[in-house]
Design a protein around this ligand. Structure first.
Ligand code: ADP
Ligand code: MG
Length: 241
C-alpha cells in the first residue's frame, strides 16, 4: 500500500508575507483531495513547499514515515511526488518524446516508445505524435502532456495546479475521467481547481484555503453549503447559486 502525503502545521513565509500558516492536510493514496480558495490564498505555495521549492518556516511534510521537508527537490521527486504547473512549463522547443523522457529521468534505462505511448494514453492524449513539437500542440493537449510527463516519474502522489485552466467543457469533462482513473489506479491526487463542477465530479474531499489558512474542509457537498466558504470564495462563483 502506498504511503499518504501528510502536511502537519505547515507555514511558509516570503519576507513579510505569510503565504501559508499552520496548514495540515493528508492526501491519501487512491483519493483526490481538492484544494480551493481565492487567488493568493497559498494553493500553489503548498505545492512548492511539498516539492522542495519553498522552504518551510514551520511544520513538517512527510510521505508515510519519510520526512520530505529539508530534502532537495530531486530527492522529493524520486520519493514519488510529481506535479504540473499553473502556467504550463513544457520544454516547448523539444518534442513530445523528449518531454516525457525528461519526466522519466529518475527511472532506470531509456524511455521506450511503447512506454511513452502508454503515458500519453494514461493522460488521455493517445493521439499525440511522439515527434510533435510541444509548443505546436493545442493548449489542452499541452496541459495533458504535462500530466503525462509527471506520470513518467511513476509518482505515488500527483499534484495538479489548475489543470483545467483554458480547457473547454468537453476537455474538462475528459480531464475528470482521467483524474478519476489515475486515482482508481492508486495515485493520491491533490487537485487545485477553481471550477466547482470539476471539483465536485473529481474530488473525494476538499480543503479550502483563505489568506494562507485552512478555512474549511469536508466533502464537496459540505463545502458548497458552508457559509464561511460561500462568503470568502464561492459567493463569487455563479454555478453555486
Ligand atoms: N516566490 C514568491 N515570492 C514572494 N511572494 C510569493 C511567492 N510566491 C507566492 N508569493 C505570495 O504568497 C501568497 C500566496 O501565493 P500563491 O501560493 O501563488 O497563491 P494561489 O496559488 O492560491 O493563488 C501571495 O500573496 C503571493 O503573492
Ligand atoms: Mg496558484
Amino acid at each position: 500500500m502506498p504511503d499518504p502525503l501528510i502536511l502537519d502545521g505547515v507555514g511558509v513565509r516570503y519576507g513579510g508575507v505569510i503565504a501559508l500558516c499552520d496548514v495540515s492536510l493528508t492526501v491519501e493514496p487512491g483519493q483526490t483531495l481538492g484544494l480551493i480558495g481565492p487567488n493568493g490564498a497559498g494553493k500553489t505555495t503548498l505545492i512548492n513547499a511539498t516539492t522542495g521549492i519553498a522552504p518551510l518556516a514551520t511544520g513538517t511534510i512527510s510521505l508515510g514515515a519519510l520526512r520530505l521537508n529539508g530534502l532537495p527537490a530531486h530527492r522529493i521527486a524520486r520519493a514519488g511526488i510529481a506535479r504540473t504547473y499553473q502556467n504550463i512549463r513544457l520544454f516547448g522547443a523539444l518534442d513530445v518524446r523528449t518531454n516525457l523522457a525528461a519526466g522519466a529521468y529518475a527511472q532506470p534505462g531509456t524511455l521506450s516508445d511503447d512506454a511513452a505511448r502508454a503515458l500519453l494514453e494514461r493522460a488521455g492524449v493517445p493521439h499525440l505524435a511522439l515527434d510533435a513539437l510541444a509548443s505546436a500542440l493545442p493548449y489542452g493537449d499541452q496541459r495533458r502532456l504535462e500530466i503525462a510527463r509527471a506520470l513518467a516519474a511513476h509518482p505515488s502522489i500527483l499534484m495538479l495546479d489548475e489543470p483545467a485552466a483554458g480547457m473547454n467543457p468537453t476537455e474538462t469533462a475528459r480531464l475528470v475521467e482521467t483524474i478519476r482513473t489515475l486515482a482508481r489506479d492508486g495515485i493520491g491526487i491533490l487537485l487545485i481547481e477553481h471550477d466547482m463542477t470539476l471539483v465536485r465530479a473529481a474530488c473525494d474531499n476538499v480543503v479550502v484555503l483563505n489568506f494562507g489558512e485552512v478555512l474549511a474542509r469536508g466533502t464537496p457537498a459540505e463545502i458548497a453549503r458552508n457559509p464561511a466558504v460561500i462568503e470568502a470564495y464561492l459567493g463569487t462563483i455563479e454555478e453555486i447559486a
